[in-house]
Design a protein around this ligand. Structure first.
Ligand SMILES: *Cc1c(COP(=O)(O)O)cnc(C)c1O
Length: 398
């Protein structure tokens, strides 16, 4: 039986860490009380919830009452964007600013708001995959309701100038949301210092379970609920709290925050090694800025190679990675992220995302760097396109 031995798709999801699992277990078994119930079993859940909220607030640099637990990153993005937009529309502000390469949880919200009559400015990200803070400044208008720019891109790992954008939004009096799902646990975040009004994060990208996340909402905003029903989360997010998931999220967030520097020191070495080695291969392109990127992310395009074929060959060797993003694989369109940095379709199709975690080892990187160049050579030797590419009948990269 085939087996995944080397997991290099941590931007798609991560495994639950042992300590997160241990912290969650009591809340899945004996601690099953409803946090709204008055008796001891319920109060124990309520205490766990309070403690988890305090832990998350500590990790992000905010107050516990500014933390709202949700069902994950997508829900947090939907809530922040749609509810802010609708509230601001009542004040006559119907203009939104975002970037072209956001996660679909943000982009699809923007598109549905456009159908409702909002106007959206999609900022470019240039060849390096980074939004210019100055572009944000120039795009802000009298009627701008919200700026939403992701902290780090999920496909190419580029880190955006969030502090600068936050300062601009503060100065102009415009609300600022960031999807920090990929950044959390990889860069130091302090929402107060960085002038962030709303921040989305997700458990399953940081070794907590799937289906739990949070939205930080600055206390100066009275964001209306997105999920309506009960009075949970101060009446702002209905639904019986997922105590085990929330405890897992808080544990993961605390641990990730503490381990950032140590983890990055290790992953930067792996990243440098991978980039140096893969750059030796003919006709390859590193996607996204060389320096301003998450230490755990490498994204390359290989001319004359089909991304899906590459993934299948890697899978045969027990290596899990991604081409484009997990959400777009299965579709034939190249990812909007790779197109946004100016890659032609043909080259975007031959891309590979390697995303590491603190569990990644030297041996795994050795294996990857042994296997990958061989696979590329094999695929190119089978490709009818490769001959043409070598003869210079090639698609040029800008
Ligand atoms: C994974 C991801 C999401 C979605 O989070 P879920 O918890 O899976 O809903 C949103 N934004 C980014 C940048 C992501 O990587």
């Amino acid at each position: 039986m085939l087996q995944t031995k080397i997991y290099l798709d941590n931007a798609a999801t991560t495994k639950i860490s042992d300590s997160v699992f241990e912290a969650m277990l009591p809340w899945l078994k004996e601690g099953y009380g409803n946090a709204s119930s008055i008796y001891t079993l319920g109060r124990q859940s309520a205490i766990a919830l309070t403690q988890a909220r305090a832990q998350c607030a500590e990790a992000l640099g905010c107050e516990p009452r500014e933390i709202f637990f949700t069902g994950g990153g997508s829900e947090s993005d939907n809530w922040a964007i749609k509810c802010t937009a609708h509230a601001m529309a009542k004040k006559g502000k119907k203009h939104l600013i975002t970037s072209v390469f956001e996660h679909h949880a943000v982009l699809h919200c923007m598109e549905s708001l456009e159908k409702e009559g909002f106007e959206v400015t999609y900022l470019p990200v240039y060849e390096n995959g980074i939004v210019k803070a100055e572009d944000v400044k120039n795009a802000i208008r009298e009627d701008t309701a919200l700026v939403s720019i992701m902290y780090a891109n999920n496909e190419i790992g580029t880190i955006q100038p969030i502090s600068e954008i936050g300062a601009i939004c503060r100065e102009k009096g415009v609300y600022f949301h960031t999807d920090a799902v990929q950044a959390v646990g990889n860069v130091h975040i302090n929402v107060a210092e960085q002038n962030i009004d709303m921040l989305s994060l997700s458990g399953h990208k940081i070794h907590a379970p799937k289906g739990v996340g949070l939205l930080y909402v600055s206390k100066k905003l009275r964001l209306a609920p997105y999920i309506e029903g009960g009075a949970q989360e101060s009446g702002r997010r209905a639904g019986t709290e997922n105590i085990a998931g929330i405890v897992g999220l808080a544990t993961a967030l605390t641990e990730a925050e503490k381990a950032i520097d140590e983890k990055n020191a290790k992953l930067k070495k792996y990243q440098d090694r991978i980039i140096d080695e893969l750059s030796k291969i003919d006709r390859v392109h590193l996607n996204g800025d060389r320096e301003k990127r998450l230490c755990g992310n490498v994204n390359f395009s290989f001319e004359g190679v089909e991304g899906e074929a590459l993934l299948l060959q890697l899978d045969l060797k027990g290596i899990a990675a991604s081409s484009g993003s997990a959400c777009t694989s299965g579709s034939l369109d190249p990812s909007h992220v790779l197109l946004s940095i100016g890659l032609p379709h043909e080259i975007a199709h031959g891309s590979l995302r390697i995303s590491m975690s603190e569990y990644t080892t030297d041996e795994e990187i050795d294996e990857l760097l042994t296997v990958l160049p061989q696979i590329i050579e094999k695929l190119r030797s089978m490709s009818p396109l490769w001959e043409h590419i070598l003869k210079g009948e090639t698609f040029k990269i800008k």
